[in-house]
Design a protein around this ligand. Sequence first.
Ligand code: SAM
Length: 255
Amino acid sequence: MLPKKHFGQNFLTSIPARIAIVKAGDIVTTDTILEIGPGKGFLTQELLTTGAHIIALEKDVELLPLLKEMFSHYKNFTLVEGDALTYIPPKKYKIIANIPYYITGAILSHYLSCAYQPETMVVLVQKEVAERVVDTKESILSLSVKAYGTPKIVYRVNKGSFNPAPSVDSAVLKIENISRNNFINQNHETTFFKIIKQGFAHKRKYLLSNLRELFPKSTLETLFEELFISSKARAEEIPLSIWLLLSQKLTTGAT
Ligand code: SAM
């Protein structure tokens, strides 16, 4: 069966890379691991040896018979046919996966912001994406991840480690300490995403003028002064802590 490009099928042939991904998950036998896109089972095989319960969630129905044949004799293996973007996860789990690159952003945002967040995520993603997530020059992507957890790059994987080889290198991104503790309530979380989206809307504009499309100028000027944000600051220069304070104050209306 030929790999399907539209499903982002780049199978991980490198054994050292598979071992590095599993090791980064700090797996214990009582863990439940959600593997998004088991594909032909290359990483699944490695995950199963840990003794943890592995839920393998695959969208491509044509891969299911192969996965059943390979792993149905394992007591700690559950195969689920489904879409990672609509799947409702269990209450306590870790995500460890070589995810389909075409939906990297959507997977990160779906699981980090869902009702049952994973304890940890270890995901193989495009190198540029991993670097953007951990960058101190902020973006909507980096802030949306850092708001919920602590990301770091733990391993680099070159494009020759896959079949077929993708056009770019990859990296293993580990996100730890996942919670919504940075938000005082749901409104704060909603306002945070509203202002980062608007703050980065026009790249050449100052943050203040971007946000003026949502809030009165006087409110913003007072808050900028209070939080020591320059009126000439650009969105990418503002660290997470300030975005959190700004969104909290804009939520509660305290000026
Ligand atoms: N884990 C395998 C490996 O490392 O060799 C395959 C990884 S491949 C990059 C991505 C896998 O995700 C493919 O098996 C693909 O069919 C599956 N996939 C694509 N879109 C998906 C979705 N929305 N939900 C679940 N799985 C998906």
